[in-house]
Ligand binder design. Structure first.
Ligand SMILES: [Zn+2]
Length: 265
């Protein structure tokens, strides 16, 4: 099995003490390449540094999560633009809207989302998007720029069928996390995942968050890590009535094309 984890928060402090072992475990479970999520300016700088240390294995995104939108100023914008031009940075984001927690005011989130979409448009890069409890504002803004973006993935999709239809109509990609392995709150995703064309479906752990509930026994520390991506692949395959190896191959090919990984070798 050859998998790409398109969303792993490997700059998280919980990975500091066993980073190399964590990557080794992932590779033993077929996860050969990973995209390290940049969710703040410093996080994006750190993600790029990690990617540079593991060429051909780690890649990075550069962006500011809506939680941190209040920290975004003109200097941030300039630095993100600089980061985004680096070869190892394969998408702009994580950016988007999160009205679930509202750590940043909504008007600030919207403005900062718009500025990062503009970076992707200017540099002709794919975007790595986050949306929670904000679908209407999110889709309205995305619609205004979608035809100027080469590609867009709505990562950690947990929303309903209407939202999925909107995203697919805008030719977005969809990122599936271990949420789909959660028999308490993820069952609707088991139906919806059948509707996603193979060339629009990608897999991610969102490590260290969202430990799949199908990992048994669950590790005592509850930390999710990329080696568990296989569990997500297997659940998706079960739900789609497909072979896990076929889902792995298709989602890997989709991720290679989405992020342009082949040009980096
Ligand atoms: Zn997210």
């Amino acid at each position: 099995m050859n998998l790409i984890d398109i969303g792993a928060n490997l700059t998280h402090e919980s990975f500091r003490h066993d980073f190399d072992d964590m990557l080794l475990r992932a590779s033993h479970q077929g996860v050969s390449r990973l995209v390290v999520t940049g969710a703040s300016l410093q996080g994006s700088i750190d993600a790029l540094a990690l990617a540079r240390g593991r060429p051909g294995v780690l890649y990075a995104t550069a962006g500011v999560h809506p939680h941190h939108a209040v920290d975004y100023d003109d200097a941030t914008d300039l630095q993100l633009r600089e980061l985004a031009t680096q070869a190892e940075v394969v998408a702009v984001g994580e950016t988007g809207l999160d009205y679930h927690r509202n750590y940043s005011p909504r008007d600030v989130q919207l403005a900062v989302f718009e500025r990062q979409l503009a970076i992707a448009v200017d540099l002709h890069m794919p975007v790595f998007l986050h949306q929670r409890d904000a679908h209407d504002d999110f889709i309205a803004l995305l619609r205004t720029v979608r035809d100027r973006l080469p590609a867009a993935v709505v990562h950690c999709f947990t929303d309903d069928g209407v939202a999925l239809r909107h995203y697919l109509d805008l030719d977005c990609h969809i990122g599936m996390t271990g949420w789909i392995c959660d028999e308490r709150r993820g069952t609707h995703l088991r139906e919806l995942v059948k509707l996603i064309p193979a060339d629009r479906l990608m897999l991610e752990t969102d490590s260290p968050y969202l430990l799949p509930r199908t990992v048994k026994p669950a590790p005592s520390h509850r930390r999710n890590e990329p080696m568990f991506l296989k569990h997500i692949c297997e659940e998706v395959a079960r739900d789609r009535g497909e072979d896990a190896l076929a889902v792995a191959a298709a989602s890997t090919r989709t991720a290679e094309l989405f992020f342009g990984l082949e040009r980096l070798g």
